[in-house]
Design a protein around this ligand. Sequence first.
Ligand SMILES: [Zn+2]
Length: 258
Amino acid sequence: MNILCYHGCGQPATHTTKTSRATKGPIDQCAPSANACPAVKQRKKSKVADHTDEQREQAHKKREATNLAKYGNTVSIMSPAIQAKRRATMIERYGVEHPTLNNDIREKAASSIKQAYINDETYAVRIIESRKQKHGEEYASITSKTRETNVANGRWVDPALRTVWAQYKFQVKYLTSKLYKKHKDIINPDDLPIGICLHQVDHIYSIRHGFENKVDPAIIASIHNLRMMWHTDNKSKHIRSDQTLETLMSAIEKGCKP
Ligand SMILES: [Zn+2]
């Protein structure tokens, strides 16, 4: 018979802990960490939801006092002993000191973050809002520091150093990818695979001509100017335009489908 998870989620137990505060002995559970068990998650959630602000504040103070007495810091992870213990657990569990150093875990985390953005259109806005609330006046200096760091370590190109052409191209491509996500069913109805050596999204009236004629990037990245193209065809097309600016403009005005 299968042993079920100790926490009552109904799933089979796949992990055994070394010890547990509740039983003073090993317990069998559905995940490496009790916090990952859906039953535990649900209990914690409803417990916290029932608390008043005052209770929350009291619990917070109590936790800080305990940590201070036990670890010499209000945050337990700041204690070297706890840090060493955590490192040992991580190495045992994931084979690396920090789970994000493990490629599989990193990919899994990245894909679930991506999914969260896809599932909820307000996610990005809410994150920015909560950061602003959390950091208050400091928010602007934090974002500019992030930018400086990313520019310094070469992850981002300093906008001031980009040529005007590169900025224009960047803007068009940025708008294009946003639009592509939104209207994938229209731009790529056959769901052709996209990639450097596969199909690509082509700008029928070319980005270069748009740049030379000072056309608004949003017009070049308009749905009426996008089509799927095999990569070698796209490469040989280079800066050629396969429709005139007039045709493009009138298609946009009419609002007809490409
Ligand atoms: Zn469980």
